[in-house]
Design a binder for this molecule. Sequence first.
Ligand code: GDP
Length: 304
Amino acid sequence: EALDQGLQKTKEGFFSKLAKAVAGKDKVDEEVLDQVEDALISADVGVDTTVAIINRIEQRVARDKYLGTSQLNDILQEEIMSMLTSAPSNEFATFDVPAGKKPYVILVVGVNGVGKTTTIGKLAHNFKKNGKSVLLGAADTFRAAAVDQLTIWSDRVGVPIVKKEMGSDPSSVAFDAVQSAIARDSDVVIIDTAGRLHNKAYLMDELGKIRRVISKKMPDAPHEVLLVLDGSTGQNAIEQARHFTAATDVTAIAVTKLDGTAKGGVVLAIANQFRIPVKYIGVGERMEDLQIFDKAEFVDSLFS
Ligand code: GDP
């Protein structure tokens, strides 16, 4: 239900275009398909994904000789779903962490403003609600506002935070956070990092150092590197995903702000394009507004 609401703008945008495309027409023809293509592009499903979907519908039209416009919805849903079958799926259907990895170390990366801090707060809330003890690490030591925001979330959710003065070495904060989580017997430690995308070498060095230092404390950590992307920026989010996946080994993606945008199709493009599972989606500003991404549920919700 929250998902349906969160996708409202995307649905309105897409289906009003689709309705126009088929208005007064019984048969799916070139003209209809051109407009379906426009509707998919507007929803930021991405050019490659759109072209692939249109090609598949064209093949169906050629094969069956006739395709009624009344079938278009069902066929689109089917084609989008089948495109997604090869996209990696989530390992967990709930806010849980694997056994034998305690504390489970999540390093959160992404450009400033995408909703990183908010997503960390929401994650902490959900893990805690699911009976896990959580600790936060404020390793974005470049922006006072980032530490302040994270502190507010730690108070709000009621979980401890490890932080240091501005300008401290981010990797030393990360180290302390992991150490503190071990000492407290925490289940999960979520570490915020600076979202500076000045240049790739810089990002690689900085994240590389944080990773090395963490693994000194815990050899198999970080267990997860979560990239946060702002869904309302559409193709920009794809561009950021390219940069970050080139700079470091990203293992999961969160797409935020889907509630405020008609570009929700970008989740499909991201799921399709990178061999990395989209694990979470943000559909609002409240703690409850983080959901575990499920391909089938998402597509169902788009078409319901
Ligand atoms: P950061 O700079 O990446 O840490 O970004 P913040 O977490 O501070 O978020 C930036 C803004 O986006 C804040 O006003 C958040 O409330 C808002 N925000 C984050 N996630 C969502 C979401 O899923 N939906 C909406 N509507 N707003 C969000």
